[in-house]
Design a protein around this ligand. Structure first.
Ligand SMILES: *[C@@H]1O[C@H](CO)[C@@H](O)[C@H](O)[C@H]1NC(C)=O
Ligand SMILES: *[C@@H]1O[C@H](CO)[C@@H](O)[C@H](O)[C@H]1NC(C)=O
Ligand SMILES: *[C@@H]1O[C@H](CO)[C@@H](O)[C@H](O)[C@H]1NC(C)=O
Ligand SMILES: *[C@@H]1O[C@H](CO)[C@@H](O)[C@H](O)[C@H]1NC(C)=O
Ligand SMILES: *[C@@H]1O[C@H](CO)[C@@H](O)[C@H](O)[C@H]1NC(C)=O
Ligand SMILES: *[C@@H]1O[C@H](CO)[C@@H](O)[C@H](O)[C@H]1NC(C)=O
Ligand SMILES: *[C@@H]1O[C@H](CO)[C@@H](O)[C@H](O)[C@H]1NC(C)=O
Length: 859
């Protein structure tokens, strides 16, 4: 091995030296003994694509000298990279070189450093700096040929073909034309959805590619940003021809950008100091702008603030006040500062006697909806999904879509539950958006003749006549009353074979009446309480399978030996029968192979009961934490279980029509079927227990100590990222076979499994975490990947945690190098943790009225 290595590196050095020697005028490398002084010398790439040297930015003669890369022989000079953007040399001579420690550096005579790399020290003789024809400046280890550092990984404001826009890459604009200093706009990837966005400063979004509800990014840009990856899904993005009409760039349609790599020669993406991301292509006589965003004043992120409606009628930015709304800062608004947005004159949902009405706005652009439902009539969308709760701010009915019945994709009822942002009047496309307003808020507006609704006749105020609605509703109900009961009876009889004519008492009949037309397609049969009592031996203890966060679970044996799990909800939420039934119907629509299937329900008096498929193998915790049974789950099965849970959770978060946050995910809620496939149970129950509460700050915290994310346990804030946290705990428990809250860690002087895993990770001994019983079957790569993902999921800051779709990508990809996690939550802080319910709400929480924290136990 040794001689071969030496001869190879020798050869490489010889080749490099010779090429230097041959072209000593236009060399493309810097070595330890050939530096780059500021005397007009430049480095030129072998194919004469790019040039590296000292320069003065155009239009600016006072800032100082910079080292940068620009296109060779192109006028005006187009700089693509700057080494010392924030530290120009104040017109003193400098040298750009490979220093004695092997690092690249830019120094003046006094030894002051203006730029340096921070690689490990090494002999400079081994290192070669080379400018490639792609415009990439690379520092190569001469003996191995490895790239140690490259300018493509640390771009300035320009993205060139061959770069990859991933989590780590940022383009930061120049301060101004002619001033390369760090400016205010950053082009980067959004952590949540992996789509590009522009930020102004650190925190304020300036443009987002999905702000109008769909992905506003042409495929050729996405393809470019992915380093021409064929796996970029073309269907997600707009075709270039669809784009050119809206984006005042130029001749995009004449080029087939989606497929021919050659058409990307001499293209660049620039984060302009004016806040635009711009795609340029070199034509014969100059740079031609092909695409830019934001492409007009209204496509800036939320240009008119919340509820303000943007239009371009006056040529520039113009914001309308919608009827029933007023500017938050009226004085600023008058002067054209619309950023404060608008607010409601009167709250919605505050007059039980007078239901709210809707502003019907045509052709509106608006941000993504918060919740999607399937509804086959606009009235269902409006009445049941919007007016029935107080959170709904607006809805849009997309028309009956056949697909919506069969899978979760084609939801037709879009609901917004928090402030409306990015409202814009569109000329083509957009939604017919119905914004909810109290009747009295509009009455004021429309009576003021001299002050008509500002958006003119595009806003039609529809006042729903309650009387008519009530009469119609009553009529419909009476007509279909008997028909429905009969239909329902038939259905019930059919689904419980051998169960004679279930007895319907008053409350049951009431429940049966609530059946919507829509439900004929969903099988959630009603079970009589009598049949359930018989099947579970009057809820006897011998039939009890366990107890979850929401109540005990029993095994029921129904006629024909059919085994069904019976969950008796212990909620005292005061939720009405109608709401309960609606929830059941919605939850029954969630169907996925990694979710436990709902088979039926029962309501009678205070009893609320759900029936699920019975899982003979019980729950995950009965395996992984059990000395004897844990051997039954080898690594392969465990990895499949991790994948299955991730898929089920992704479906709940993203792919189902309800967008469910589970809130009580834990190993005892993961059930296993005959083939050890995981099935998530208890999903959607948080909704039932809480009714229609959709605010992010919950009134009642449900959850299990050890699985709860810090923001949820402490502040009552939940989001999909709280589930991601619980999922991370589950991964670590599956790998280690230890509970997060077991006493084991005291001897290790850490607080929990998370702390223990983190310590091993930092000591680079992560594999020590693995359950000893697994060592034979385990696959090192998969285990490391699982631990890494587990730790990413339990990070303290929710925004650092990946989404479930990212988790799945990471889990299923072979090669991806994963980000390294930050310290998990609950590691540094010592908590006085005894066991379960000691986290009494009063002391630790402000906004939480009630906390239900269940002890960890199986079923
Ligand atoms: C640059 O390097 C050359 C050769 O080593 C040296 O003579 C010169 O003084 C250096 N200039 C500066 C500004 O350091
Ligand atoms: C290298 O640069 C870093 C900052 O970028 C600076 O803190 C450090 O002192 C520099 N090292 C040398 C040897 O100049
Ligand atoms: C981009 O793709 C090229 C060709 O596949 C590859 O050589 C290069 O390393 C990639 N760049 C990055 C930054 O991954
Ligand atoms: C681009 O060209 C390829 C063949 O080179 C063709 O298959 C594809 O349909 C073209 N795409 C567009 C958008 O014209
Ligand atoms: C930034 O964009 C403006 C307007 O499109 C343009 O005039 C200017 O040249 C751009 N700046 C750079 C550095 O290209
Ligand atoms: C729904 O599907 C039926 C038949 O499958 C078809 O006749 C009907 O036109 C479809 N409706 C819509 C709105 O696509
Ligand atoms: C919006 O409503 C108008 C008329 O009320 C109708 O012509 C148009 O098709 C609707 N657009 C959408 C997207 O539903």
């Amino acid at each position: 091995m040794q001689p071969a290595g030496i001869s190879l590196s020798f050869l490489l050095l010889v080749v490099l030296e010779t090429s230097n020697f041959q072209s000593c005028v236009a060399r493309d490398t810097i070595t330890s003994n050939s530096l780059l002084p500021d005397d007009g010398t430049t480095i030129i790439s072998a194919g004469k694509g790019f040039e590296l040297g000292f320069f003065d930015p155009e239009d600016n003669i006072n800032t100082g000298r910079y080292v940068g890369i620009w296109y060779y022989n192109l006028s005006p000079r187009t700089v693509v990279w700057v080494a010392n953007r924030d530290a120009p040399l104040p017109y003193v001579p400098g040298n750009f070189s490979i220093g004695e420690d092997g690092n690249l550096k830019l120094v003046d005579k006094m030894g002051t450093s203006y730029f340096n790399t921070t690689l490990e020290r090494s002999s400079p003789v081994n290192r070669i700096l080379k400018l490639l024809d792609s415009g990439n400046l690379v520092l190569i280890d001469g003996s191995s040929g490895n790239i140690l550092w490259q300018s493509f990984a640390e771009p300035t404001d320009t993205f060139l073909p061959g770069m990859t826009m991933d989590g780590g890459l940022k383009l930061v604009s120049w301060m101004a034309i002619g001033n390369p200093a760090t400016g205010s706009f950053t082009f980067e990837q959004d952590q949540e959805n992996r789509l590009p966005k522009i930020m102004k400063g650190k925190t304020a979004p300036h443009w987002k590619s999905d702000q109008s509800g769909s992905v506003e990014l042409p495929y050729f840009v996405a393809f470019f940003l992915s380093n021409f990856s064929r796996s970029v899904d073309q269907a997600t993005y707009k075709s270039s021809s669809a784009y050119s009409s809206k984006n005042p760039g130029s001749a995009i349609t004449s080029l087939n950008y989606s497929d021919e790599l050659e058409s990307y020669a001499n293209t660049r993406l620039l984060m302009n100091s004016s806040g635009e991301i711009q795609f340029y292509r070199w034509e014969q006589d100059g740079w031609s702008l092909m695409w830019k965003e934001p492409h007009d004043a209204c496509s800036v992120y939320n240009p008119c603030g919340n509820y303000g409606s943007c239009n371009l009628k006056s040529g520039g930015l113009n914001c309308d006040i919608l009827p029933g709304f007023k500017p938050v800062f009226p004085d600023a608004w008058k002067t054209g500062d619309f950023s404060g947005g608008c607010e409601r004159k009167l709250d919605i949902c505050n007059m039980p006697s007078k239901p709210d009405t809707f502003l019907n706005l045509k052709l509106m652009k608006v941000r993504k909806p918060d919740i999607l439902y399937a509804a086959d009539r606009e009235d269902t969308c409006r009445q049941e999904y919007c007016l029935s709760g107080c959170a709904c701010q607006a809805y849009y009915y997309a028309g009956f879509d056949n697909r919506s019945r069969n899978n979760g994709d084609g939801s037709s009822c879009l609901i917004w539950t928090s402030e409306l942002t990015n409202l814009q009047e569109y000329v083509d496309g957009g939604h017919n958006l119905s914004i909810r307003v109290p009747v009295s808020a509009i009455e004021g507006t429309s009576s003021k003749r001299e002050n008509p609704p500002i958006s003119g006749n595009r806003v039609t105020v529809i006042i729903v006549t309650t009387v008519i609605a009530v009469v119609l509703l009553a009529g419909t109900l009476t007509c279909s009353f008997y028909r429905r009961i009969i239909a329902k009876r038939k259905e019930t009889e059919k689904s419980i074979p051998g169960n004679p004519m279930p007895y319907l008492d008053d409350s049951e009949r009431q429940a049966a009446e609530m059946v919507d037309e829509d439900d004929k397609f969903i099988d959630v049969p009603y079970f009589s309480l009598e049949s359930i009592l018989a099947a579970t031996n009057n809820f006897s203890d011998t039939n009890k399978l366990g107890r979850g966060g929401f109540g005990p679970v029993y095994k029921g044996i129904f006629p024909e030996e059919k085994e069904i799990a019976v969950k008796r909800l212990s909620s005292h939420s005061g939720q009405g029968m109608e709401e309960f039934r609606n929830e059941v119907v919605l939850i029954a629509k969630l169907q996925h192979r990694n979710l436990v299937r709902l088979l039926g329900y029962c309501i009678k008096g205070p009893e609320k009961i759900l029936l699920y498929e019975y899982m003979p193998n019980k729950s995950l915790d009965t395996f992984i934490f059990d000395e004897g049974r844990c051997i039954l789950l080898d690594w392969n099965m465990r990895f499949n279980i991790i994948l299955g849970i991730a898929r089920g959770l992704l479906y709940l978060h993203q792919d189902s029509r309800l967008r469910i946050i589970h809130r009580d995910l834990k190993t005892s809620n993961i059930l296993l079927d005959e083939e050890m496939n995981p099935k998530i149970s208890d999903f959607g129950l948080a909704r039932i227990v809480q009714g229609k509460e959709t605010e992010a700050n919950t009134i009642k915290v449900v959850g299990t100590y050890g699985y709860m994310s810090p923001e949820y346990a402490i502040e009552g804030l939940f989001s999909v990222k709280s589930d991601v946290f619980s999922f991370g705990v589950i991964i670590l428990e599956i790998v280690s076979g230890k509970r997060n809250t077991s006493g084991f860690y005291r001897s290790e002087e850490v607080l929990s499994l998370l702390g223990y895993a983190w310590r091993l990770w930092q000591e680079r001994k992560a594999l020590d975490l693995v359950d000893k019983k697994l060592l034979e079957s385990c696959n090192g790569t998969e285990v490391m990947k699982s631990i890494n993902i587990g730790l990413l999921c339990v990070q303290d800051d929710p925004s650092d945690r990946p989404t479930m779709s990212n988790v799945l990508i990471m889990l299923s990809s072979e090669t991806t190098t994963l980000p390294s996690p930050n310290q998990p939550a609950f590691v540094g802080r010592r908590r006085t943790s005894s066991t379960s319910a000691s986290l009494s709400s009063k002391a630790e929480t402000i906004s939480i009225n009630e906390m239900t924290i269940s002890a960890e136990d199986g079923r």
